[in-house]
Design a protein around this ligand. Structure first.
Ligand code: 13P
Length: 249
């Protein structure tokens, strides 16, 4: 059985003061949540949100991690730094990092290995762009992102994959539940042929891209979809709580 996992990706939103307010509003609304609940907040919010979520259902996540232990890597944040603040999950290879900050499957792979080696749980993002989709390249792109991004990984229990079609992020366009389920099924098959059937069966794969209170229940009803990575709808406590509590809606 794969336990559903709903994670908010706040992206570059919320100052520390705003973050505490949001998470305090969220706590009572998700106190009885069935899925695992994670908020992936900006680095500058980690310390205060980490304090605020102690003893609650909410787990702390970051949005990136350096692939080196420490040293001359200006602007990077190490796994040790994250762990000291109580971080459990870390998003790696988000399409915005790939698009704007030169993240590649190779750097994703290094970060994933570094996270796992230091006891952090990576949420590894994959997904095709609109152009790649139109050119029928979706499968090829996903295969490369999975095989190269996860190359050499052994400890899959602590790893989550998020399928986020880039054309669905922040656009209000969601993949249909059938489409998302089929594509995630394809990702599972690639994982199966590359890393083994058992790994594929147990790996949690989220959907992300304009997932919200209105479509979460439908998406989560699909066999291959084990959770959601939520952008815009994670920035308001009520909206995010509705996604987390999708079963009751
Ligand atoms: P939206 O939910 O705003 O489309 O963002 C999805 C996303 O990128 C989560 O990582």
């Amino acid at each position: 059985m794969r336990k559903p996992i709903i994670a908010g990706n706040w992206k570059m939103n919320k100052t520390a003061a705003e973050a505490v307010k949001l998470v305090e509003e969220l706590k009572p609304l998700v106190a009885k949540a069935k899925p695992e609940v994670v908020v992936c907040v900006p680095f500058t919010d980690l310390a205060v949100v980490g304090e605020a979520v102690k003893g609650s259902k909410i787990k702390l996540g970051a949005q990136n991690v350096a692939w080196a232990d420490k040293g001359a890597f200006t602007g990077e944040i190490s796994a040790d730094m994250l762990k000291e603040l109580g971080v459990e999950y870390v998003i790696i290879g988000h399409s915005e990092r790939r698009q704007y900050f030169g993240e590649t499957d190779e750097s994703v792979n290094k970060r994933v290995k570094q996270a796992l080696a230091n006891g952090l749980k990576p949420i590894v993002c994959v997904g095709e762009t609109k152009l790649e989709r139109e050119k029928n390249k979706t499968k090829r792109v996903l295969k490369k992102q999975i095989t190269e991004g996860l190359a050499g990984v052994e400890n899959f229990e602590n790893l989550v994959v998020a399928y986020e079609p880039v054309w669905a992020i922040g656009t209000g366009l969601t993949a249909t539940k059938e489409d998302a389920n089929a594509t995630i099924g394809y990702i599972r098959r690639i994982v199966g042929t590359t890393f083994g059937k058992e790994v594929a069966k147990n790996l949690r794969i989220q959907y992300g891209g304009s997932m919200n209170a209105g479509n979460a229940k439908d998406l989560m009803s699909m066999r291959n979809i084990d959770g959601g990575l939520i952008g815009g709808a994670s920035l308001k406590a009520e909206d995010f709580a509705k996604v987390v509590n999708y079963k009751e809606n």
